[in-house]
Write a protein that binds this ligand. Sequence first.
Ligand code: PEP
Ligand code: MN
Length: 676
Amino acid sequence: MLVVLSKGISLHDKEMIRVYLQDRGFSIREQHFGEDAIIGATGKGTADIRELSLLPGVERVAATSKPYELASRETKPEDTIVTVGPVKIGGSRISIIAGPCAVESREQIMETAAMVRESGAVILRGGAYKPRTSPYAFQGLGMQGLEYMKAAGEAHGMPIVTEVVSPELAVQMQDLTDMFQIGARNMQNFELLKKVGSLGKPVLLKRGPSATIEEWLLSAEYLLASGTKDVVLCERGIRTFETYTRNTLDISAIPVVKDLSHLPVIVDPSHAVGIRAKVSSAGLAAIAAGSDGLTVEVHPRPDEALSDGPQSLYPEQFERLMRDIEALAPVVGKELLRTPRPHQGWGVPRCSGVLEGAAAGSPKGDTAASRMGTGGEQQCPGTGAAGISTGIAFSGESGAYAEQALMRAFGEEAPRLHVDSFGAVFDAVLEGSASAGVIPVENSLAGSIHENYDLFLRYPDIAIVGELKLRIVHCLIACEGAYLDSIRIVRSHPQGFAQCREFLDKHPDWQLEPYNNTATAVASILREDTAGTDLTTIAAIAGDAAARAHGLKVLKTGIETNPLNYTRFVIISRRNGGDKAPVPPSLGSEPPTKASVVFSVPDTPGSLFACLKILSEKGINLSKLESRPIQGQPWRYLFYVDVSIPHTETIFDAVMEELKTKTEDFRFLGAYRASL
Ligand code: PEP
Ligand code: MN
């Protein structure tokens, strides 16, 4: 049981709570988590929780049915996000740790760091102290190895994780490593756990080869109870009767542990499988099962490795694995976390040349361009402060898909500004009450969200600075006591209805009520004036995050017509946003690969063809072409075009210049990094 103490509790009240618990047979221990002071009460004691909650100085009491409490999801329902230097693990991101089994030399770790970083790893791994089965095997380079590794991490912009094998070494190593690894063999070395936990650094806790899930979580509890709050669990295979593979990867442990605990769970497919050719498949399976990341052994020349060569990937294999993870991530509703690559040159200049020129448009009296405005300086993604001073705006309430997209792009802790329409998102960004906004523009089943396309015309000072694709899994959500046959009214955004057409067609008697946003539809059920309304007759279509956010239940999940249901969101920012516009961490300072433009063409034969011909001849891929009516000019159209930006900047600049000469009105909406 955990007793969370009120802030500013007096010493007297704290003592009374301690006495109360001790008198009832509990062993107690006070812990501090950030700003919270918590008394953990363990043992066979019994107490009336209601009475305890009413004692002066008690903020709340969390009783759990599990032997571990700090690690339990009952105690903390929301996912813990672990921070290792600039990297986050957990939530909707997939974070990849890679490096050799052991640090063998300064050159080897430098070379490996450069390679894994280039492929997208965000944390560098490597053993300086190697607990080997044989006393005659390579035991690691010790502190010298750790120093090489720290230098490699710094040179390539990656925090490092390394195994610690004794409490004494933990103290010596603490200033050199960003994260401690507790190896499988030491999972139940409780003195080591207590010492490492007390140092407060993030810890990667491997599961012991013969440990049950409960024993593993109890080891995590040791770390948390000793002081650290950043623990990542790592499944690395367990001992079974199977001898073909080094261990047996317990894939089922991933969803089980994610249910039992709020801590992030990652998988080590290298030690689990032990066979290089099978490592990537096991890693992908782990991601599909809900793993928050992987730790993978990679060596520039595995055949020469001093330890675990047979299971170490060649750099090319690791690169391929990363690409496969990137493609798989949206299927499980996640995104591969990438941080900027410090050594990569820009493919195109992002704030110069045609991007600025194009943004200037070509105003021509009372044409569409005058309504579109002349634009301004192109906001440059990747420049400016990553700090977010004001919130990021989205339309809807907690649990909205746009909020999920926002958290994916900016992190769970990004300040958010809820507004109640897409137009209000543009307003908030324009007026500066939000530093950026996230809006949906298109869905793979139901098509474009025209309202937002049209808003770009009304807000010439707003530019697109990023995009993000989110897999949309719709649920039918209702309150406790409701069931499928009790439903009469269903609320959602019209897109929600459109994407669940087949499911809704099976219930022709349901009355559909459109709302501005899916999460608003969910919230509306609770706001219903209960007098005279049977709440069990109302349901909403939204994501399960909306059900969780508003405390309602999911009656049916996966009701979208086709599981390949994705919504493309764009991040918008004010032109001239300069350094104040936030750059989503997931976009980092990567060069833009995609651009959006809008133009109209003269009403003459072949005028649109002439524009497309320019793109085609220069080999520029057109990923989207959409026409929208120009208001006030019946039967005239604006064309919204998405194109890829080739690596050679000069071609792109020239193509845009040429395109402008063939169009009547031309506006550059933004250059950004395409999401897969
Ligand atoms: C390692 O990660 O280098 C290692 C030795 O792993 P484990 O403790 O899982 O065997
Ligand atoms: Mn190893």
